[in-house]
Design a protein around this ligand. Sequence first.
Ligand code: ZN
Length: 193
Amino acid sequence: MRIIKYPHPTLRHQSKPLRRVDSEVKRIIHEMLDLMYAGQGIGLAANQVDLPYRMFVMNLESDPQAEDQQHVFINPVIARRNGTAEDEEGCLSLPEIFAPVKRSQQIVLSAYDLCGEELHCELDGLFARAIQHECDHLDGVLFVDRLSDSAKLSVKEALGELELEFAGLRRRGEIPDDEQIATRLRELEELRT
Ligand code: ZN
């Protein structure tokens, strides 16, 4: 498992809810947590590790020692939104790109945890922002899609560099073509969604 970068097509995939939390899902989640900490990120969605499932991991301190900050959200749904706030965001799939994004200030989230228990939480601040960023990933949306025109312009060059890098990986056969990626995602969905 590795973190895929923009413009990998799986980052544009609309992920499907999981039918159940089995031992394979638990294994995947633990690998995702390791990758998130290794990349010093605060959240990581399944799309970012090339998987078509609606789940993500989070630790706002990005510190495996801060266990109380470590969360797993499976089949998350944002039930309610309130207010607006703007702050800078980044993403492990868009390295070294940072820009301000407008999000809801407060949200109500429903999801399941790794034990299959239902969660309902009211969140605000960074927690609410990070959840919205990760839920977007599950719908194939990236934070750079939500920028103002001027912010979009400021990240254009960096996105172009990532696109070149990706084209190079493809030329060297390190990334399958779109059709192979879509087939693999479909097979994984048939197994667990
Ligand atoms: Zn992200």
